[in-house]
Design a binder for this molecule. Sequence first.
Ligand code: UGA
Length: 434
Amino acid sequence: MRIVVIGTGYVGLVTGACLAELGHDITCYDTDAGKIARLQRGEMPIFEPGLEELVKSEVAAGRLSFASGALPLDRRVRAVFVAVGTPPSAIDHSADLSAVHAVAEAIGRAAVRPLAVIVKSTVPVGTGEAVERILRDVRPGIAFDVVSNPEFLREGSALADFRAPDRIVVGTSAKPARRLLADIYRPLTERGAPLVFTERASAEMIKYAANAFLAAKIAFINEIADLCEAADADVEEVSLGMGLDRRIGAAFLRPGPGYGGSCFPKDTEALLAAAQGHGVQLRLVESTVAANEGRKRAMGRRVIRALGEAHGRTIAVLGVTFKAGTDDMRQAPSLPILAALRAAGARLRIFDPEGMAHARSLLPEADYTRSAYECLDGADAALLLTDWPEFAALDLARVKASMRGDVFVDLRNMLSPERLRAAGLRAFGIGRRE
Ligand code: UGA
């Protein structure tokens, strides 16, 4: 099927490349001509494992192309995916929908036949209706089916998530649009992916509710981690014991320095703003947001406590991205934690397998190294902030021998305290005895 994907950010690019892989004929469109030119040269705007290879092979196979300028909506195009950004607005953190609305207008002007307009961007309930209104106003002569089809991709495993989704949610009551979406996703549903048809507003809500629930799960285990420390329990054992209950599940029950990224912080805030607009109070979501903000600040204090004295000490920082598998530092817990350490007079030396370019621009006053070992060499303390698998494989005897100090703060509980202690390091994890 011939499909246009509007927006070549994270969601649009992954969706476009993966739809091409399913056998569709995809044009990824962006108003940013420079970005499109770079994509045409095979340069990726983001780091996502496997994406560059997939884009190149789909382009070579003739199923994927890139365009800017006029919207390429010829008679053969049957569906348009909208995957533009919905950043938080400066005023109340609600989702800024100006890009979505502008795309709706552009589609209305450029359309030459009836189209399914499929909204992938994370948008509050009611946005589909607004898009439909805009299309009707701009182009009363053409029938559009506006569908909500939220994405549930995780950075770092987006391709795998697309290829084997837990579910595909399609929000529309229009029968032809349901059939069209079923056709688009048939290769995935034939492999067992459940396709869930809902009303459009429900689909829009599912995305926010799912993200808020996952954020709450993380905030919950982080609170339990604090209590475990005070009560001499081990949160890793607690998380394991809780997660084996199938009603709870082990996923997203890993304690850490607080959730970050472009989605959970933004979507929980946007959900609260939307709820406020409807006069509904979401106490659990409010508490989740507050608990997570508090946690990021508390983690800075925690590290300083482990150091004893931060002033003049060199801290080897292992990982700064908001999680492993990405170069993304948006809302990363590392940012407030490292700001607190700087304010306390510590010297920062940073290594991250993928986040160095972003880190350099966000934290210009730190030193940067080319490997974890170089970072740790001569440091007074180590601070592990991101769960990159390579950190779990560190040779701790070598680490201890090269460090000046012996403090090892592991805010992801990646290294067992026993291993750290056996190497002669003082272990500071979270939610477990020090
Ligand atoms: C999240 C959702 O998981 C996706 O389903 C969703 O599509 C996406 O947002 C989105 O809305 O676009 P992502 O932001 O890529 O995906 O990252 P996650 O893997 O969900 O991690 C979010 C944060 O929670 C990270 O800072 C991570 O370190 C933290 N986390 C996650 C924990 O602290 N503990 C856990 O057990 C899991």
